[in-house]
Each structure stands twice: as C-alpha cells, then as structure tokens.
Design a protein around this ligand. Sequence first.
Ligand code: ATR
Length: 269
Amino acid sequence: MDVYGLVGNPVGHSVSPPMHEAAYAELELDASYVAFEPAVEEVADALEGAETLGIAGLNVTIPFKQDVLEYLEADPLAERIGAVNTIDFRADGEPVGYNTDAIGITRSFEHHGVELDGRKAVVVGAGGAGRAAAFALSDAGCEVHIANRTVDKAIDLASQVPHASGGSLETLDSQLAEASVLLNATSVGMKSDETPVSGELLHGELTVLDAVYAPLETRLLRDAREAGADTVDGAWMLLFQGVEAFELWTGRDAPVDAMNRVLREELTH
Ligand code: ATR
C-alpha cells in the first residue's frame, strides 16, 4: 500500500484526506491518505520520519509551507514562490518540493475556459496565497497587478514577479477597470459577509476567483455575479491543487469529477 498524507498544525478540518481517498477508490489504487499534526518545532523530524517510513508523498499546509524548503530540493516554481505544499519522496535523491497551489490556480481558470495569456489580472493580497497567485498568473502570460492593505508587501512581491505592479487597495479602482481576471487572495470574507473589493468596481468583463472557500458563496462572488461577471469559487483551487499533487505522485490522470464531488460534500455538510 502507498501511504500519502498531509502535515500541518492544525489539520483537524482538512478536506484533503476524503478528497484523495475518493481518487484512490475511483481508480482502485492500493493507497491511503492520512493527516499528521507534528508540533510546530518538529517539522524536520516529521519529514525525516516520513522518508524513513517509506511514505510516498506529503502535502504541506500552515504553518509549515515555508519551513520545509530548507529540507528539500524545491522545484523552480516553489523556490520562486518561497513555499512548498507537495513533497514527492519517491524522486531520485532528495525529496522534491512543489507548489501545486500555483498550478491549481491556473488549472481552475483553464477548467472554466478562461484565457489567461495576454490578459490583465488583479490579485488582492500579498501573503502566501497572493504570492502563489501572482507567480501563477504571470507565468500564464498575464500582466499582474497586486493590491494589498500593506502596500510595501505588494510592491516587494511585484518586484519579484515578471510583468507585475503593486499598490494599495486604493489602486483597485483604476486597475480593475482594465482587468479581465480578479483573484481574492486575502482572508477577507472567510466566515464573514465582508468583501475585499467594493461591489461597484466589479464589471461584466471579469472572471472573479475567490480563494476563500468557507463559505463557498462569498459576498465578493455574489457581488461579482450581480455585476455580470463570471465566478469561480474557492473549492476549485482546493480541488486542483489536490488534482495536481495526485498526478505528480501517481503519474495518472486524476479522477477530477470524483474528487470534486467528495470535496463539495465535505465543504457543504
Ligand atoms: P495566506 O497565506 O492565506 O495568504 P497571510 O500570509 O496571513 O495568509 O496573508 C493574508 C492576506 O490577507 C494579506 O495580504 C493581508 O493583508 P496584509 O498584508 O496587509 O496583512 C490580507 N488581509 C487580511 N485581513 C485583511 C483585511 N481585513 N483587509 C484587507 N486585507 C486583509
């Protein structure tokens, strides 16, 4: 049996175990996915233990995504983002760290038929999710504007990302008017009815992706629909980071529909 898992702290409410187990069941793979919660200061021991025990792959979540970089060979995208969310222990030599959050973002747009190459994209937020979004969209050919409450973080991130600019939340007004993609990478709207972008700035030429997935229907997405924009909820990002990890680990095409079904059941029950 191949054992995969998640390391984070806390991991109690993670939807990754049922989502990956659904994929193994659908493809009749002899594999299992377990959530592990090492103490915050013991991540190095956890990785060494995982490798010794023959664990095939691990997802990594808060607060370990940056910490694990120093114990791995990071692929170039994960290195640029400065965070790893997927480890492959089966690679030759050192375990390899990937960032499938970034690839999950572009796959979410592709799945919804959204063309990214040559488009203007606005990312709100410059934390971990904002970094993954900015690099992913830039690599997909977008001109990227990063707007963040703390302006210095937006400007610093923009200086690392090709074809990117950064500014305060006030820059949303002028930047969104010319944009065709908006991605919320802040935590605003998580378990609250707040939005990081005022509804009157939204328009019908936009596709709006909200990384927040609790609730699935955020105020931002409601406002976006009312403005005539297309919307992509946060479950798609969660799904496609998992799909990409599954495919890296197994070399098989992921059963996307089965994973999506179970993920949405988990998020809505
Ligand atoms: P994550 O890894 O999920 O991106 P994070 O690194 O803590 O989490 O980043 C959270 C993001 O949400 C940041 O961009 C943060 O803005 P600051 O850099 O100014 O802190 C943004 N954020 C959180 N609460 C916010 C709020 N009430 N209004 C605007 N932005 C907010």
